[in-house]
Design a protein around this ligand. Sequence first.
Ligand SMILES: O=C1C[C@@](O)(C(=O)O)C[C@@H](O)[C@@H]1O
Length: 749
Amino acid sequence: MATVQQLRRTPMPARPLSSTSTTIPNIEMDIATVANGAKTSNRLQKGDTRTAVIIYGPGQENIVSVFADVLGKPHRMADSFQGITSAEQDLVLGIPLGCAKIDITSRNRDAVVAINAHCIGLGMPPDTYISSQCDYEFLYPEASFSRRDLARFISFTLGQINHHDSLMSKPRTYFISTTFPDVRAALPNIDILTVGADAVELRVDLLKEPLSDGSFAPIPSLSYVGEQVMLLRQRTELPIIFTIRCTRENGRFPMDNPDLYFEYLFRAIQWGVEYIDVELWLPVHIRRKLHERRGSSRIMSAFHDFSGNFKWPSAQAESIFLESRKYADIVKMITIISDHNENFELEYFRSKIRSQFPASPPLSAVNMGETGQFSRTLNKVFTPITHPLLPIIAAPGQMSAAEINAALSLLGQLPKKSIYGISSPSSRIATPYAPFYEKCFNELGLPHQFAVVERHPKDPVCVEALCNQRAFGGAYLTPPVSLPSLMYNSSLFPRLNDGSGPILTEAARTIGMVDTIIVQSGPSSPPSSAPPMTPSGSNQSTDKPFGSGAIGSGGLPPSSSLVFDNANWRGIVSTLTRDLAPSAYSGRAAVVLATNADDAASTMYALRALRIGKVYTVGFKTPANLAHGLDVEPFNSLESLQRARMVRDRASPFVIISALGPEKSNIVGMLVRVFGGSRGSSTQIRKVFLDLADGPRKGDPRAVAEQSGFAAYGVADTTAFTTVETLRLLVGQNVPYSFVRLAGGQGMF
Ligand SMILES: O=C1C[C@@](O)(C(=O)O)C[C@@H](O)[C@@H]1O
């Protein structure tokens, strides 16, 4: 069991930090903008503003209102595509299948996006004519409908969220190649299978569709594949890579009909699959067409060579890269080798490509076979990984995330670091985090040590004492600490970066509360796309958890800097957009309750990212930096509350977030009741309530919210999403939300 340590001026752990077996390191700051102006991507975009027209099957008209709800728009039924103009973009329209068939082809494509919503209970495949004519197709089951799946589908296809940019700004990305004949076999273990993976590959060619005579279809039908995609997407939040591997490239799909590849791959785009693997041998017109029509999906060009004759230092290798990049967002080149030196040749090729063609799509290249495993540890873009629970490996020499991290550790690429959870005596939820982090490190084969340390709020130097160690690998702070109190009396932080202080992400600077401290090695100013975020050099590793204090004398290495960040606001955004598209919040009004501005800060920042228009505040005064971009009105009298209550439709408060403590549950419940009940006059949109209070309470505002017609979320949701972000920031690895919930168990939240 991990301990909670009392931390004073000279921190002494009550027991050695726990040690796990292997390592890793890199950190992601995908939505951050750092203080010096370096920008990274923001995943929330306005996206496609055309009118969404939902084509529904017999008896399925309800699905139209669910789409509307998720998008945050009212809906109306129509019987034709004729006359739909961009003036109707604030509506979601529903058209019955029979009517849609009449004039779908003559729709105004600049004004309309046509989505075929098909309940698989009505039979598969969906109407083939409509499937081929619509822009997107959403397949859903009769029972156990997943709003979360729909929110993800629609946010992605309409371009409101974008995984690719943030993934590409990560120093390392991995995808797990599933090899199941039927994804159902993977689903019970999907959380554990995908720990460490940034995406999950569906090997369509390996799927085996059972036929009624007991045999299997020679190739899985589109109906079977569609259902498999649907099942997988309902169980994982990870982007999916849709791969059809041909027989010549270690797959099972025949090569005699390239048009079949187009048919399957294009359908995957229509299903909103995030990545489409397109083999390079396919005729150029097919590759071009897929690239042109890829919508929000991204194309991963794939080339495999099993001949044993391929050479990285050759004109052929370069021309393959140049041909691949024409119609690709990622270029994948994979080859079998027989000599270890070919791994070095690949590394030379990789760096040559990077320097000669810097504007090209990222290259993902590995060598196959045992000899090639070294290259799997060095590749940084979408390295394919396997897992011991998979029935077979997808290619010779594949390694698991834990094996790759172990290898990196042995090679000195993943120095052992000390990572901390810094809590305070009042933090109820800190202790159970330690076993969870240890479990994650174990599962990922990371060599890091983890300890929970208790901070004394009156002792300003305790955090800096932890940071000022040679082996310091980062920390999360729970509860978050305000920037001024971290800097107050600190002898370390102001001296960092030649006296300019720690690097602040835009979130940390605006919110003013720090919950994550990241170590960044190398120069203090991150490049404009993404901070390097590699761990300190291998020779800086030490087993001694605590250094002596001064920069460069056993303390934080002089080449390292610290990044102060806030992960909590991202956890709030992820919670609020779990079952709703970001557009559902755009221009709407919110109510925020807190006892002080510090407690409300992450929430206010999250609401701004979601483009909320108006915020009514209760219990705190909003400082100018937090109010920026929002129309803030405090509820300071009963009259002001009454006024807000009287507004109708889109102006009426749509989301209520409470950061008040559990002892104030009754007030929260009362306010929720005030704004609940009525659903506005012209929409059926369900309002949202998020209770950030933690611990035992008298009344349960969530129950009140649900009774009053809200979708209600609690601190456990936000904490789990925040933990996902924290792990990405601290160790550069992706751990699925559901794994966090599962592994955290009851004790965690
Ligand atoms: O392209 C690749 C890479 C791979 O072939 C490998 O070598 O790990 C495994 C395939 O499943 C995947 O599509």
